[in-house]
Unconditional design. Structure first.
Length: 77
């Protein structure tokens, strides 16, 4: 199942730990400034995979957005 979420990385928050790059190198890579950048391969991951990767970011730099553009709550009650 392909993802319906779009992925964003806040370059002002990212501290380049590489968690996302290690977990999904097809979906994330380091840019020239060593900040994570979403890759086209992110579209091939399931929503659940993207949520787990976003949660693994120690500073919360990764956000997911639904088809309506709204940010997805990574920790729903």
């Amino acid at each position: 199942m392909s993802a319906r979420y779009s992925v964003k990385v806040d370059p002002d928050v990212c501290i380049s730990t590489g968690n996302c790059v290690r977990r999904a190198p097809e979906a994330f890579a380091f840019g020239d400034d060593d900040v994570s950048v979403p890759q086209p391969g992110a579209a091939g991951l399931s929503d659940d995979q993207l949520v787990q990767i976003a949660r693994s970011c120690p500073v919360g730099a990764i956000s997911l957005h639904g088809d309506d553009g709204r940010e997805v709550d990574l920790y729903p009650a």
